[in-house]
Design a protein. Structure first.
Length: 274
């Protein structure tokens, strides 16, 4: 099937719902999770998905999530285009990402990761990356060891075969002053600040797009309420029309159930010539 934006949002919402319900015991949904996603997706769109289709979609979304996270980590000087909601870097940087660092990343050159809120619920606690990577979307990113200031301490790791007089140490401890922690370097602070700005901008863009979308679930409930039951011509044409935002918005302006049902009948006849 063709995964249009609205279908993608529905499946991501259903996946995230199953994760919240505890139906993702490891890296994938369990049998109950697959069954519920399939049933709910059919209710909302009239399209029946097999378990294999659902699993394949999960894997593709997981790969997209991984690529997007790597992109945000691989360039400390990354800038963000608030208008388009994408990473704004030159062609050389994207070429490097595609060939060396992040294969498959070119898909995000002109279009940001969609449904990021749901994907974070689905995959945010699943990591396939190196342990020295950090998540720029988290409140407290972990800085890689390569970015931390280190000191070369002679004799580090060696054991001292020395007798300890603990009674003496207990008295001495009262006078020991706490040594201030070493402050983070300016480079590390700049990195954290830049990552935070990118994360905030991405979250703001995602929230704005969510507010603009008329919920398909809401519209389908209205469709059923006006008498267009599952399997009917009216319900069938509704699932085709309402992948477009404009059609959903226009439909919701119709004042009564009878007018809405008649509208579906006319749209069906217009398309199929009955």
């Amino acid at each position: 099937m063709e995964w249009m934006d609205d279908y993608n949002r529905i499946i991501c919402e259903l996946f995230a719902e199953q994760v919240r319900r505890g139906n993702r015991p490891n890296t994938h949904l369990n049998t109950l999770g697959y069954t519920e996603v399939s049933g709910r997706f059919y209710q909302m769109t009239g399209i029946e998905l097999s378990k294999t289709q659902i699993k394949n979609k999960w894997d593709r979304l997981k790969n997209d999530w991984s690529i997007w996270q790597k992109l945000l980590r691989n360039q400390t000087g990354t800038s963000w285009d608030n208008t388009r909601g994408v990473i704004n870097m030159d062609n050389e940087w994207w070429k490097k990402m595609k060939v060396v660092n992040v294969p498959g990343s070119v898909k995000f050159k002109k279009k940001a990761l969609q449904n990021e809120d749901f994907l974070r619920e689905m995959f945010g606690d699943i990591s396939n990356d190196e342990t020295d990577h950090w998540n720029p979307m988290s409140d407290n990113p972990v800085i890689p060891e390569s970015q931390k200031d280190t000191e070369n301490i002679d004799g580090a790791g060696e054991e001292d075969n020395v007798f300890h007089d603990w009674s003496y140490r207990e008295e001495e401890d009262e006078e020991v002053q706490e040594v201030p922690k070493k402050q983070k370097s300016s480079t590390t602070l700049i990195i954290q600040e830049q990552i935070t700005k990118i994360a905030d901008s991405a979250e703001s863009f995602t929230s704005k797009k969510q507010a603009e979308v008329v919920s398909i679930k809401k519209v389908i409930n209205v469709v059923l309420d006006c008498g267009a039951q599952y399997g009917s011509n009216e319900h069938d044409i509704a699932t085709q029309l309402f992948v477009k935002k404009e059609q959903r918005e226009m439909f919701l302006t119709l004042p009564t159930r009878e007018i809405r049902l008649n509208w579906f009948t006319r749209r069906y006849n217009d398309k199929y010539g009955n």
